[in-house]
Design a protein around this ligand. Structure first.
Ligand SMILES: Cc1cc2nc3c(=O)[nH]c(=O)nc-3n(C[C@H](O)[C@H](O)[C@H](O)COP(=O)(O)OP(=O)(O)OC[C@H]3O[C@@H](n4cnc5c(N)ncnc54)[C@H](O)[C@@H]3O)c2cc1C
Length: 425
């Protein structure tokens, strides 16, 4: 009841301020103000939990350009054809209706950490007491000159941000002749979702084995070897997709000839394919880099793991894939969701004069579909180490599947439904 009454108040303040209609004014309401940049796994979770754990006393504005949340986890199944984009899309409605988060459909173009202001593409300025920057990743296109030519990005997909590219890649595979070659390149780690490319190879191979059995999946990996769940993926390729999947390590792509559908490598011969899927080298999202928050090699953002406060700017927190990870911490949706909760608790404590939790602990489970039903997982538990001031894996925790099976497939889909609800419902 209290939550509903508060939402009505927030809604009224918002309408009066004109934010719901996109006018260039800042939302009203009393209490401290938090602005969140990016409604992905990290940002949406932080926005929701700050509202819940502050008992709706902290005002939260979430800026996100996309009309709905589209999940990267499970998006490889859309490429394989066993799920649709609708299956992985969730509206933002509940964040607004249930939790009173103020959603602004726009993009943040600059951060003024001294004045505590962010500027949006539409011209609006939003003031904050605490800012949460969770823009995910952007790509280092400068490492692939051919991809900057006119039309290149419309023809060669990365499909590493779920949405339109996911669907286009699926259509390219559907249009490919039987006997064609699908070539996917993987950048050097660290990149978003270590097992994601190998899962994608399995999904495309599953589709080929059922519909285009003369076709091939070529995995061209800049890393020396498979970076996650190696023995499990290699077993799946040998047992299930023999003659379809071929893995080549130490293949670092340096350019793409888009018109000639050809990949160029640092040390290996050029390679032509029917469908190219180039996953470029990554760094923190543009807004974090442009705001000077990417302190680690100008790629990733160093944070204090107790609060996720940036090491470069006070009152600014960075979450999710954009951060410089702790040892053995994957860039995953599960991890981003846990960053969101840890940061939400810290921000509520900091804004209400309470003590920040000195011992955050979180876990990660990464499921990978090796067919449309069978799944493998890797899990880990991470605990703050006060001496080293970082997160370390808890000895003996976590583990990895012994074999792929259908029961894990059901767990994986339940995991996805649960995390979508935890982030957005
Ligand atoms: C194919 C694939 C499969 C995956 N599978 C799994 C899996 O099974 N399990 C798992 O845990 N993880 C998985 N991941 C990884 C997971 O998707 C990411 O780790 C996760 O999305 C990171 O969350 P994030 O909030 O940091 O970024 P995102 O979820 O990408 O959210 C960032 C948001 O910020 C917004 N944004 C960016 N810039 C601005 C700006 N300037 N202003 C406003 N908004 C902005 C974007 O629109 C976006 O909505 C997978 C990834 C891929 C690509």
């Amino acid at each position: 009841m209290m939550q509903r009454r508060h939402f009505l108040q927030t809604g009224t303040a918002l309408s009066a301020a004109g934010l719901m209609s996109g006018c260039a004014t800042v939302g009203g309401g009393s209490g401290p103000k938090v602005v969140v940049i990016g409604g992905g796994y990290a940002g949406a979770t932080a926005a929701k939990y700050i509202r819940m754990w502050s008992e709706q006393k902290i005002q939260v504005t979430l800026v996100e350009p996309n009309p709905a949340f589209v999940s990267c986890p499970i998006s490889n199944l859309v490429i394989g054809g066993s799920k649709t984009l609708a299956d992985i899309t969730t509206p933002y409605d509940n964040l607004v209706k249930r939790h009173g988060v103020q959603m602004v459909k726009d993009r943040v173009v600059s951060i003024d950490a001294d004045k505590r202001l962010v500027k949006l593409a539409g011209g609006t300025e939003l003031g904050y007491d605490r800012l949460i920057v969770s823009p995910g990743v952007d790509f280092m296109w400068e490492t692939l000159p051919g991809m900057s030519k006119a039309g290149a990005k419309e023809q060669v997909m990365h499909a590493w941000k779920a949405g339109e590219q996911t669907q286009t890649l699926r259509k390219q595979l559907e249009a490919m002749r039987d006997g064609g070659v699908f070539a996917m390149s993987i950048p050097l780690a660290p990149y978003r979702c270590p097992p994601g490319p190998y899962e994608r190879a399995c999904q495309v191979a599953d589709y080929f084995s059922k519909h285009k059995p003369k076709s091939k999946v070529l995995i061209l990996d800049a890393n020396e070897d498979v970076t996650s769940k190696g023995p499990l993926f290699k077993k799946a390729w040998a047992d299930r997709y023999k003659g379809i999947v071929e893995y080549r390590g130490k293949h670092n792509v340096t350019d793409v000839d888009v018109a000639g559908k050809t990949l160029k490598f640092e040390f290996n011969d050029d390679l032509k394919a029917d469908v190219l899927n180039v996953i470029p080298t990554m760094r923190a999202g543009d807004i974090a880099v442009n705001a000077g928050l990417a302190t680690a090699n100008k790629r990733w953002c160093d944070v204090d793991f107790l609060t996720f406060e940036s090491k470069a700017a006070r009152n600014v927190h960075v979450l999710g894939d954009a951060i410089q990870i702790a040892p053995a911490m994957p860039k995953s949706g599960h991890m981003a969701n846990q960053h969101g909760k840890t940061c939400a608790a810290a921000v509520v404590a900091l804004l209400t004069g309470k003590e920040v939790n000195p011992l955050p602990i979180y876990n990660n489970t990464c499921y990978s579909f090796v067919s449309s039903e069978d799944v493998v997982h890797v899990a880990s538990v991470h605990r703050y180490d006060a001496d080293k001031k970082t997160m370390l894996t808890v000895p003996g925790s976590g583990g990895v599947s012994s074999a792929a099976n259908e029961l894990e497939g059901r767990y994986a889909l339940a995991w996805a439904r649960n995390i979508w609800a935890d982030t957005l419902a």
